[in-house]
Design a protein around this ligand. Sequence first.
Ligand SMILES: Cc1cc2nc3c(=O)[nH]c(=O)nc-3n(C[C@H](O)[C@H](O)[C@H](O)COP(=O)(O)O)c2cc1C
Length: 182
Amino acid sequence: MTVRSTVAEQHHSACVLVLVDSRDGLTRELARAVVEGVESVAGAEARLRSVDEARHEELLELDALIVGSPNWSGITGKLKAWFDESGDLWESGELAGKPAGAFTAGWSRSGGIEATLLQLLHLLLAHGMVFVGLPWSERMRRSGSYYGATAHGEVTEDDRVQARALGARVAEMAVTLRGASS
Ligand SMILES: Cc1cc2nc3c(=O)[nH]c(=O)nc-3n(C[C@H](O)[C@H](O)[C@H](O)COP(=O)(O)O)c2cc1C
C-alpha cells in the first residue's frame, strides 16, 4: 500500500501543505493568512510547516502545496536546497496535476518580489503542478501579484486579504479535484 493511499483513507478533507521559510517572521506571518484562507474552505485542511521541520514524505500526503519564501533577491538557499532534495518526485511525477501557489515577503514592493514568485512558480511547474495565482483587483495596486501573495516591510490588511484569497483559491481547487477523483 502506498503512503498516498494510506493517507487518503485516513483523511476525508483535502490537505493543503503550506511550506514556508522565514528568518525574521514576516513570511511566516503572511503564511498564517494563507492558512486562514485554506481553512475558510469547507472540506480543506491546512498543514503549516517550516522548511526546517517539513519532511519530504509530506509531499506524498498533500492534495495541494503553497510555498512561501522571503524575498532574498530570489528564494532562500535553504528552500532551494529543500526542493533539490525532492528530485525523486520530479522524476516520478507524484505531484503532477495538483494545485499549487506561492507567496513572498520582502523589504521593498519593487525589490524583485515578482522575480522571487516566478522562481517559486518555476519549481512548482517543474513538478507538473497546476499553478494558481491571483486575479486582478484594485487591491493589487497595493498588494499581491498575478503570481501570488506578497508583503513588504510589514503585513498589512491588504496583504492578509490577498493571502487569504490565495489560500482559498488553491484549497477550492484541491477540494474540487479530490471530489472528482474519489
Ligand atoms: C540576503 C538577503 C537578501 C535580501 N534581498 C532582498 C531583496 O532583493 N529585495 C527586498 O525587498 N528585500 C530583500 N531582503 C530583505 C528581506 O526580504 C526581508 O528582511 C524579509 O522580511 C525577510 O523575510 P522574513 O522576515 O520572513 O525572514 C533581503 C534580506 C536578506 C537577508
